[in-house]
Design a protein around this ligand. Structure first.
Ligand code: RAM
Length: 337
């Protein structure tokens, strides 16, 4: 009787400790819950990332991925969601951040509660996450955007940048490199005149593009390093009959931009595979949850069909170079993403 009682007490103690550790029920049955938290809902780019995340979850077998995001691309909206996820004790949150610093207090709170937090696509500063997964090298992406527009407008004229939100980590990093690239002597006759922000909302992006046309009647080109922005700019150029006068490049989804690339409104643009990005983010979360990695420099992430990705300084993980799409290849990619 005494023995049964002490076994009962030990078991109760184990249960209490497990609960206090914030371990979810999911972990006990070997299933883990991860949230793919995007900048905002209604963005085809992030939906393609989710396809990759679901593919990875099916392959791994121990992960459930839930797709979430605020209705608008704001840090406040993401903070509110993260607070609820802390209360729910999910196992991991993978965030494409609307602000590199504003999310830190809440993501620190999540990590203190035992939740593995990573950023991907658009990063959180070092202290607010374990790993940051970038789709490609920031400098490469930024410089390439300038090279693409220069080819379209003979390295001459006024260029406007139509970005996402003013706080977006990824777009701001790329734009910094665009300004560096345009300093080169071969672009002496080309100038970036202004950066405007469409907030990754189609209607605002469209209005900002039209605003650039009226403010700069000689505008030679637009660089829009956001899938929402580049699509809105293409529509605006067509509606205002500016094809051939205002050139367009950016980061776009072939599935959304095929028509505009084939009719010449957008001569060429770039992007990486968003399916691969969501797929890799899921493998990283699983490796952190199960203790295969902790996010330290020198570790290697085994990411299924994406192979091995090394963890660099400050938890930085970087994928490959973007693809460039033009009229000759856009149809092949449009069926994929
Ligand atoms: C938009 C988002 C996303 C960015 C792509 C290129 O969908 O801003 O963060 O990576 O464009």
């Amino acid at each position: 009787m005494k023995k049964t009682l002490s076994i009962f007490l030990v078991l109760t103690l184990i249960a209490v400790v497990a609960f206090a550790n914030g371990k979810s029920d999911a972990a006990d049955d070997g299933q883990y819950k991860m949230i793919l938290l995007v900048k905002s809902l209604g963005n085809g780019f992030f939906e393609a990332c989710d396809d990759g995340a679901q593919e990875a979850a099916a392959e791994l077998g121990n992960m459930e991925v839930v797709y979430m995001g605020p209705s608008q691309s704001t840090a406040e909206g993401q903070i509110e969601i993260i607070e609820t996820l802390i209360a729910q004790k999910v196992d991991a949150i993978a965030i494409s951040a609307n602000d590199r610093d504003a999310l830190i207090p809440v993501t620190k709170k999540a990590m203190a509660a035992g939740i593995k937090v990573i950023s991907w696509d658009s990063g959180i500063a070092v202290s607010g996450r374990l790993i940051d997964l970038a789709p490609s090298n920031e400098e490469f992406i930024g410089r390439q955007q300038v090279q693409l527009i220069a080819e379209l407008c003979d390295s001459k004229g006024q260029i406007g940048i139509l970005s996402a939100t003013s706080q977006a980590t990824n777009q701001n990093a790329w734009i910094k490199w665009m300004y560096e690239e345009v300093k080169k002597p071969e672009y002496a006759n080309m100038e970036i005149v202004e950066v405007v922000y469409g907030d990754d909302a189609s209607d605002k992006s469209y209005r900002e593009a039209v605003g650039l046309f009226s403010k700069y009647p000689d505008l030679a080109g637009i660089i829009s390093p956001t899938t929402i922005g580049v699509l809105a700019a293409a529509k605006a150029i067509e509606d205002e009959n500016l094809q051939g006068k205002v050139q367009l490049t950016g980061l776009g989804l072939p599935s959304e931009m095929q028509r505009y690339i084939e009719n010449g409104t957008c001569g060429q643009m770039a992007l990486w595979n968003p399916v691969d990005l969501g797929y890799t983010a899921t493998f990283i979360c699983e490796a952190l949850i199960t203790g295969k990695i902790s996010g330290d420099k020198g570790e290697v992430i085994k990411a299924g069909r994406m192979g091995e990705i090394p963890v660099g300084t400050d938890g930085a993980a970087v994928m490959g170079a973007p693809f460039v799409f033009n009229a000759s290849n856009v149809a092949d990619f449009a069926v994929i993403f």
